[in-house]
Every structure is written in C-alpha cells, then in structure tokens.
Design a protein around this ligand. Structure first.
Ligand code: NAP
Length: 249
C-alpha cells in the first residue's frame, strides 16, 4: 500500500541520519520531499541517493531568511505542504559546570527557536489533514549526564506539540512528537573525538537498551511514516518513543 501518494513533504535536517532515512521512505511511499540542511555537499549526496521526487534547499533553521527562502520555493513549486517533519537538531555534551552562554544559545537556536519558526512559517501552506511531526528525544524526559541543555531543548519540543495540537485543531492539522532513543546516525560520532570513543559510546548504549542494540534510522522513519500518514488519523499531541525500550522499563 502506498501511504503518502502525491503528498508534499518538508523535512528539515533531511540530508543525514533520521531525516535522510525518512525522506527515502516517504519517496518510496509516493511523496515529493523537500530536504534541508546547512551543508550543500551532504544535500547533494542525499538527492543522488534518493534519486527522484526530491529537492534540496540549503539553509539553516535558525535563520529566518533561510526559512523564508525554503517556503517560498515550496509555495512556488507545489503550493502546499501536507507533512512537515521538523527534525533538524544538534547536540553538544556539556555538564552544568562547563555550559557557556554560546553553547546554550547555539543549542536552543537550532533545536527550539529553529523548530518553532520552521513550523510557524510552514503554516500558511498547510491545510486540513496536514501532519506536523516534531523530533524530540527520550533525553527530553530522562536524566543523562552532560545532556542538560540538549535535554531541555527536547522537553521544550515535546511541550510545543501539546500547545500546537490545541491551537491548530480547528484547521485540521495534527501535531505529534517523535522521540528516538539512541539511533545509529552521524550525530553519535559528533558527540566524541575519536573512533574508539564512538565505538565505546555505541557499546554503552547497546548495553543499556532492552533490545540490546542501537536503533536504525529506518526504524525511526517507519514511526515517522505512521505519524505522517492517515494511519494515525486519530493520533494527536502524543509523544511516540522509538527507543528499543531504553526509557520505557
Ligand atoms: P544527524 O545525522 O546529525 O542529522 C542531523 C540533520 O540536521 C542533518 O541533516 C543536519 O545537516 C541538520 N541540521 C543540523 N543543524 C541544522 C541547522 N541549524 N539548520 C538546518 N539543518 C540542520 O543526526 P540524527 O540522529 O539524524 O538527528 C536527527 C534528529 O533526531 C535531531 O533532532 C536529533 O536531536 C534527534 N535525535 C537523534 C537521536 C540519535 O541517537 N541519533 C536520538 C534522539 C533524538 P547540516 O549539519 O548540514 O545542517
């Protein structure tokens, strides 16, 4: 069954990891997908990988002019958005004693401010039946050393889904949160300095996860597909955790 036939989708942070796997899956399911990210080279590789029904728009979600340029292009080419996957995110490990104002601003600018305006500026193109999916994290409701700022941004994201569900209900737009657990993407490597440290981080996660391994980006994409499609037509305001049980037991 093709679940997203002729749907127009925007995926922020669609050039890598979870966003890229979701873009691939959504195109397989019949959608036309716009992907964004700051690095043009990664976007070019993603477009080549996906191969059809995809367009890349370089941009930083924390920059208003980049978001305006993204949505102006979507409006000119397609005239509407059926699904928005607000997924861009960054993490920097810092314990409370090491947090700087620069680290705080950078993390909140992308994960919270960038996500909020990604949604706000998409709304004029969205109509009844549209679905908004916000990428949070199990870190938003679980304590983890050195994750304080990141986790706070993800708790904010989850909170937005509650408010926006009520604010957008009369327009027929559903808002839900998707919270991955440890998922094997480049963001894991970016949290450490060496390959050995990355392997140790993956091993530590795997040991703590009931299913005994990290998630695959494709497994998060499958949950995004559920929230994007009419299969979730009666699902609103939830947090769907996809974490191999890490934060559930
Ligand atoms: P990833 O492979 O590093 O992908 C992150 C994506 O976001 C990239 O496309 C990146 O492209 C883009 N991005 C980052 N900053 C951006 C900005 N300012 N403007 C526009 N795009 C930006 O990581 P991922 O694991 O797929 O992460 C996707 C989301 O899942 C994030 O929100 C992350 O917090 C969340 N998450 C991940 C995990 C995990 O274990 N992997 C767990 C829980 C939640 P550029 O760098 O080129 O901009």
């Amino acid at each position: 069954m093709i679940r997203l036939k002729d749907k127009v989708v925007v995926i922020t942070g669609g050039s890598s990891g979870i966003g890229l796997a979701t873009a691939q899956r959504f195109v397989e399911e019949g959608a036309y997908v716009y992907i964004t990210g700051r690095r043009q080279g990664e976007l070019d590789k993603a477009v080549a990988l996906i191969g059809r029904n995809v367009a890349a728009v370089q941009g930083d979600v924390s920059k208003q002019e980049d978001l305006d340029r993204l949505y102006a292009k979507v409006k000119a080419e397609k005239g509407r958005i059926d699904v928005l996957f607000a997924n861009s995110g960054i993490i920097e490990h810092k314990t409370i004693d090491a947090v700087t104002m620069e680290h705080f601003d950078k993390t909140f600018d992308v994960n919270v401010r960038g996500l909020l305006f990604s949604v706000q500026k998409a709304l004029p193109l969205m109509s009844s039946g549209a679905s908004i999916i916000l990428t949070s994290s199990i870190a938003g409701y679980k304590g983890m050393p050195a994750h304080g700022t990141y986790s706070a941004t993800k708790a904010a994201v989850r909170s937005f889904a509650r408010t926006w569900t009520l604010e957008l209900k009369d327009r027929g737009i559903r808002v839900n949160t998707l919270s991955p657990g440890a998922t094997d993407t480049p963001i894991i490597d970016g949290q450490v300095q060496t390959k050995e440290q990355a392997a140790a981080l993956r091993a530590n996660f795997a040991a703590a996860i009931p299913l005994g391994r990290l998630g695959r980006a494709e497994e998060i994409a499958a949950a995004a597909l559920f929230l994007a499609s009419d299969e979730s037509s009666y699902v609103a305001g939830i947090e769907l955790s996809v974490d191999g049980g890490l934060a559930q037991v």
